[in-house]
Design a protein around this ligand. Structure first.
Ligand SMILES: [Zn+2]
Length: 244
């Protein structure tokens, strides 16, 4: 069943609010989705706090992260993260960049992400690191130049998540629900990993466990259930995005 532009824009606004409500995004961070009919375009919000995003805030960009039609809306400075990943990875349909508190102990200590519980396999086996300063010299850690976004996309490679030294995380997904699932459960895993490492030795998932856990149908069965759960949590607070 094909999805309409209106539906995908509503789902993107919903994804912003879900990821804010689940503690992945705060004032900062952003999520985008590839245009369902034109793979050379994507949608991203104007510069706005994620929990306030609504369909009318979304801007359509080309893969050079230039707006498709003139817009007076202020853009996110880090939009090249999205455009450059869509350019490099035709399989990626949605992207999220975040600085979730759950990940910061690993980011700050430059500790590799390790799946320690089965749902943590959504972060993948040994996600790579990207160091903006090592590649471009002293930096304010905003990824604003196309070459910076391209370098990040290169570091991501074929993985679904890349750790950004002294900054945060960027996650890719095959659709918005897959992306949100990876974001939420990699955050949970990162939290468990950091806390448990204070308490004793960790016995993590094996490479084989991660491969089996990442197979289509293994965790993906929970996607619809998760999306419905996250949506009802917003609904209870009367915080679903307006249909505009
Ligand atoms: Zn950032």
């Amino acid at each position: 069943m094909s999805i309409t532009i209106e539906d995908i824009k509503y789902d993107l606004a919903l994804a912003y609010r879900i990821l804010a409500n689940e503690g992945v995004l705060d004032t900062f961070g952003h999520v985008s989705v590839r245009h369902p009919e034109n793979p050379d375009h994507y949608f991203l919000s104007r510069s706005r706090a994620p929990e306030l995003v609504e369909p009318g805030d979304l801007i359509e960009y080309d893969l050079d992260s230039e707006p498709v039609s003139p817009s007076n809306l202020p853009p996110y400075s880090e939009r090249v993260i999205h455009g450059e990943i869509y350019k490099a990875r035709p399989d990626v349909m949605a992207v999220c960049h975040h600085h979730a508190a759950a990940f910061m102990p690993l980011i700050v200590a430059q500790t590799d992400y390790t799946p320690v519980v089965h749902l943590g396999s959504v972060g993948g086996d040994s996600p790579p690191w990207w160091d903006q300063r090592a590649s471009f010299g002293d930096t304010n850690y905003l990824v604003v130049k196309p070459e910076e976004g391209g370098s990040l996309a290169e570091a991501l490679g074929e993985h679904m998540m890349v750790m950004m030294n002294r900054h945060g995380v960027t996650v890719a997904g095959s659709d918005l629900c897959d992306l949100a699932f990876r974001c939420v459960y990699s955050c949970r895993n990162a939290e468990f990993q950091a806390q448990a490492s204070q308490n004793g030795e960790i016995d993590p998932l094996s490479k084989g466990d991660i491969a089996l856990g990442s197979q289509e149908g293994s965790l993906t069965r929970g996607h619809a259930r998760a999306w419905e759960h996250w949506t009802v949590r917003l609904q209870r607070n009367n915080w679903l995005p307006p249909k505009s």
